[in-house]
Design a binder for this molecule. Structure first.
Ligand SMILES: [Zn+2]
Length: 400
């Protein structure tokens, strides 16, 4: 197996405290990094760099782990730019919201969905993302959700069943019937294809009791859990996520002191999605309160056609620093190691020895440029580790 040496790295972020300066960022200056194209073999000073089959002189550039985008709704058809325009103009506009995307997605062929999703994945990769979680949730039928879970598994690195996104239009007068369908037949069809189940527990979506029912069934089916919560109000979803031991609770826009306390004393990651607040002109989540209380914070794009048609993690980092008062280092960590924690992965989001060789070289001397120069394409190159024989979703903790 040929080895690759990244040499003359001006600022290397490993996110491995045992490397470099001993901080959580695990930083080294004038560093080098050796991989075999699959894993990191060695990290150290440029002056001590070992010989390698291929040598890549990055000439003082910053190097970071590939971004881990732990929350996306990547597989969908159509777009809703008219809704965005109306919202920005301050107009009330009911274009149908999620239901419109459900109709477009149901009408699309599997090939059309795969092609559209692959284009978005290409954008993500070009912006430095090397690990992507993908949710179902835009068909809301047994065979449709099964199809989306299959696509999520084929295209991404972590697949999530989100049958409980909204109540399917066919069940508008029978919520309980839909919850039973999701927790029963739909879950049975989708569970073999995914690692996670997710529920949209919020105003206008599913109640805490409905969400608890679906999550309990998913846990019994062997899935790990995620929850969309407290995006639209203080609806109790965060407490539920901590109660059920979810890997992550996502959005966290409206939190009270008890929510912050619960998150800081649990292993549930708080995943913040500021692209959604940006695109809906809403208040941003209280990232500072979470970080100061010691909660683990992740950042992700929430890529979806309605409320965050964002694929760029550097853009999310810039929002986190400018609007949520995270430091540039906190935001970078949350977009890499934080995302990995939200997916219960220890092999991505860091560049210590043994981690996957997902290496991003920036066209900048310091990673802080990601927030400092928003909107500029600062990713010079992306090396993504070869995946194992199981394909993209060969994560060690994968159960299905
Ligand atoms: Zn979402």
């Amino acid at each position: 197996v040929p080895t690759h040496l990244f040499d003359h790295i001006g600022e290397l972020t490993t996110n491995d405290p045992s490397c470099g300066d001993g901080t959580p960022m695990g930083r080294l200056r004038d560093a080098a990094l050796l991989t075999d194209g699959e894993s990191v073999l060695w990290v150290g000073a440029s002056a001590d760099a070992p010989a390698a089959d291929e040598r890549h002189d990055v000439q003082g550039a910053a190097v970071i782990p590939g971004f881990v985008d732990s929350h996306t709704h990547l597989v969908f058809a159509g777009e809703r730019s008219d809704e965005f325009e109306a919202r920005m103009a301050g107009e009330r506009y009911d274009g149908g919201g999620i239901a419109r995307t459900v109709a477009a997605t149901r009408a699309a062929s599997t090939e059309e969905l795969a092609t559209a999703s692959a284009r978005r994945l290409f954008e993500m990769a070009a912006a430095g993302t090397t690990t992507v979680e993908i949710k179902s949730g835009y068909e809301l039928t047994v065979t449709g959700e099964e199809r989306l879970c299959w696509l999520a598994r084929e295209l991404g690195d972590a697949a999530t069943f989100l049958g409980a996104h909204v109540v399917a239009p066919e069940y508008a007068r029978d919520r309980d019937g839909y919850v039973e369908l999701v927790a029963g037949e739909m879950l049975r069809a989708c569970a073999p294809l995914v690692r996670f189940a997710d529920v949209f527990c919020d105003a206008g979506a599913f109640s805490v009791d409905e969400a608890r029912h679906v999550l309990a069934a998913a846990r019994a089916a062997g899935l790990d859990l995620r929850v969309h919560a407290n995006q639209l109000g203080p609806t109790g979803g965060v407490g539920l996520a901590v109660e059920v031991g979810a890997a992550s609770v996502d959005h966290c826009t409206y939190l009270d002191g008890r929510d912050v306390e619960a998150l800081s004393s649990s292993s549930t990651v708080a995943t913040l999605l500021p692209g959604a607040e940006f695109a809906t002109r809403s208040p941003y989540p209280p990232a500072r309160a979470l970080l100061d209380a010691g909660a683990t914070v992740a950042l992700a794009t929430d890529c979806n056609p309605g409320t965050s048609y964002v694929t760029s993690m550097p853009f999310v980092i810039a929002l986190a620093v400018r609007e949520m008062h995270m430091s540039a280092d906190e935001a970078l960590w949350a977009a890499t190691r934080g995302g990995a924690a939200a997916l219960r992965r220890d092999d991505v989001g860091r560049l210590g020895v043994g981690a996957r060789a997902d290496v991003v070289v920036l066209d900048a001397p310091r990673a802080a440029f990601l927030a400092y120069r928003p909107g500029s394409p600062l990713v010079a190159s992306v090396a993504r580790a070869r995946r194992g024989p199981e394909g993209h979703d060969a994560s060690p903790g994968r159960r299905a």
